[in-house]
Design a protein around this ligand. Sequence first.
Ligand code: ATP
Ligand code: MG
Length: 646
Amino acid sequence: MAEREAAGELTNLPTETRVWPIQNYLEYFQKSIRDIEAFWSQIGHELVWNRLWDQVLEWKPPFARWFVGGLVNASYNAVDRHMSTWRKNKAAYLWEGEAGDRRTVTYGELFREVNRFAAGLRKLGVKQGDRIALYMPMIPELPIAMLASSRIGAIFTVVFSGFSVGALASRIQDSEARVVVTADLGFRRGKSINLKEIVDEAVQTTPSVEHVVVFRRAGGEIPMRQGRDIWWQDLVKDASNFVAPEPLEANHPLYILYTSGTTGRPKGAVHSTGGYLTYVYATQKWVFDVKDEDVYWCTADIGWVTGHSYIVFGPLMHGVTSVMYEGVLDYPAPDHWWQIVERYGVTVLYTTPTAIRTLMKFGDELPRQHDLSSFRLLGTVGEPINPAAWEWYYRVIGQERCPIVDTWWQTETGGILISPAPNLGLPLLKPGSATYPLPGIDADVLNEAGATTAPGEKGYLVIRKPWPGMFMTLYKDPDRYRQVYWEKFPGLYYAGDYAVRDRDGYFWLLGRADEVLKVAGHRLGTIEIEDALVSHPAVAEAAVAGRPDTIKGEAIVAFVTLRQGHNSSSALVEALKQHVRKEIGPIATPEEIHFVSSLPKTRSGKIMRRVVKAVASNRDIGDITTLEDEASVEEVKQAFSEFKSA
Ligand code: ATP
Ligand code: MG
């Protein structure tokens, strides 16, 4: 792009990525949202289609259909398209197991295994439109199963392998899957988990399931039910090496994925094929600026949307080499991630604020002991990143060389919506801001009455026009789809998040709109208070909630975990209160501060403030099937009740 070349001398960040004058970006952006159909049509052409579409967009609010009449196949675009190129023997995945085992899977191998498993699924009678549930550890067979499913037009639903029987069963029931694919073994912190046993229990309550396919990792015998259960290895033994990819209408569902349940009962987001792939393809390029020589590592679990879009479809469509790691971040050692980075020369890292805060807790020494000079770009997703964590990521991990892309998006949006876009030119970064919406994304911040807020004024984040990555509906529940996302501001997508735009037009995401406290007539985001707490050197993480208070409306209750080398004391409680008072103001001073060793989080690492809030206000804690660690809830309860009886 000529404009980018010309912009080469403008550098406001020390990075290899050039800074595009933001004016140019904004012009490009304005053009994109003026005519979204022309814009997305052009990008849609970068995919391989069996037949081009008749109509770019059919918009019958709140239902959008993109690339109507176009025929496309996801596995073809992710794998087959590389078979006639030099990438055929390029690594698609550099895989590491928690136990230290390693595997390299090339695009050619991926192609063969996807075809064989697709043939296997056909043998089991799986047809276009059937649902299959994937309850698998982070091994290459998980993307293989997703791609095989998409090859024959089946609809997959990935269930995070850390979920227990109840969470698995409810997702199979809701999706009415005919086949469940699992493995005999998964690992978590050195403990082996018999996944098949969990499946056996779950399928007792799921009449739709006809077959259970089990990938064999261990040598031992496990009970297999005759006629229903089959080993993956046996299924593919004599399978054909080629299954023609089915040309599917662009709006054929590619997958169903249940949201993480931070705020309540999980919702089954249904994603399309053509629109979704187009969107993921574009954002993978804009945000991560991927190049053939990159070693790209998205640390998410494929059980979450981040893994679907940015471990599987995005990187594969671009022919990128990805690191795929089975384990958790601090096992077997707290510097395990940095060992992996050093071993493969990782250039792009995409992770979560919760991971960054955990790594921060271990101190600066560990990353300093490793060679992290291969990094060129760092990303985060999942929660607002507090400026303290952003600075640490930038300074210690990126060594002040690498831009940070703070990417805002949701399961429902299919891909990143608000983020810096290094491939299009970087704006000046501000720690804690996701900067600007990506091209084609008409984002706005509205007040309760539906008017655009003034700069600096908090409001609700909405998207005014549909985009191709947008989910099509909630599975079997179009009413809930309409009601949750489209009724608050009719015709606009309501994200459920609080945001503010500053005078430069930068977006700051302030957490969920329902996580707002009303203290003595003021509205305070829990995130603001948490940020203030975490900016104190003793604090690693914080969760803030309100409890009903007869005088103030709500009183602020904070639960915090401490960084290594700090201990709880009443002097520290006082110091933290003073600190918040100084950072935000007296109105934000927590009434109570409790120290705990861990906070209640979802399996995807997000703090479940609703649990904290329920404890603080003595209410039932509700659905916690997606909770990471029940002990943390007990600890929060205990800390709270000890305080009350003291
Ligand atoms: P549920 O909808 O079931 O309560 P969830 O919203 O946690 O679950 P996801 O779709 O995985 O499930 O998460 C999307 C949410 O994560 C966003 O709505 C937002 O609150 C938060 N989020 C994601 N990325 C960012 C970011 N970069 N900055 C701030 N918040 C973010
Ligand atoms: Mg959500």
